[in-house]
Write a protein of this length. Sequence first.
Length: 249
Amino acid sequence: MARRKLVVGNWKMHGVGADVAEIRAIADAAARAPEVDVGLCIPATLIERAVRAVPGFSIGAQDVHFLDRGAHTGCTSAEMIADAGGSIVIVGHSERRDAQKESDEEVRSKSEAGLRAGLLVILCVGESLPVREAGDALPTVLRQLQASLPRETDLAGLAIAYEPIWAIGTGKTATIDDVDEMHSAIRKQLTDRCGDAGGGIRILYGGSVKPNNAADIFSVTDVDGALVGGASLKASDFIPIIEAAALKA
Ligand code: PGA
């Protein structure tokens, strides 16, 4: 099944008003690559300003509460992200699974909340270095995915991001063979679960994707794009990654 490449930047806790110019430069480059879907997940405080600055470009958030509203100090609901003009949300990023002790069950509820609000949900999974070194990466990630997948049968609004934790922000990337093996296993799990529709769910790779390795990563059969942290902060780094995806589209 043909899948459009999807390249999403994760700005983490970076981004104030002065950075809207960078977002504009990225959105302009995305407009020059209409064969690729491009988005930026930025701090919630900046979403509305960014949406106003670059109408038509996909802006998103990096987390969401699993409930629509209530007494949850400091939290943001999917409805609020959509109301601010956001169209994407990342759930289950390893930095949140680790620092906020988010369980697979919570991540699953967050995925469901995002889909309910009509957002594109990017569900992250990935193994730690000790797990990889023990040879348990594949079963660990598949178990995590199984437990984090939304219960909905229609998963058209979902994308998966495979992000080995040890590759995030470290400059290390998984080998092409390891990426291939993991993405194929995730694809099989998605088609086992969703039938033909599982073939339409995009699987992104994340973890130190840079201009110099993006083309190799995008050439793997079941890699449908990337979730990019550090290299998405500057248009000059992110644009070549978008262009590499366009060449593989
Ligand atoms: P990185 O981050 O590209 O800086 O490794 C990726 C991510 O955390 O999503």
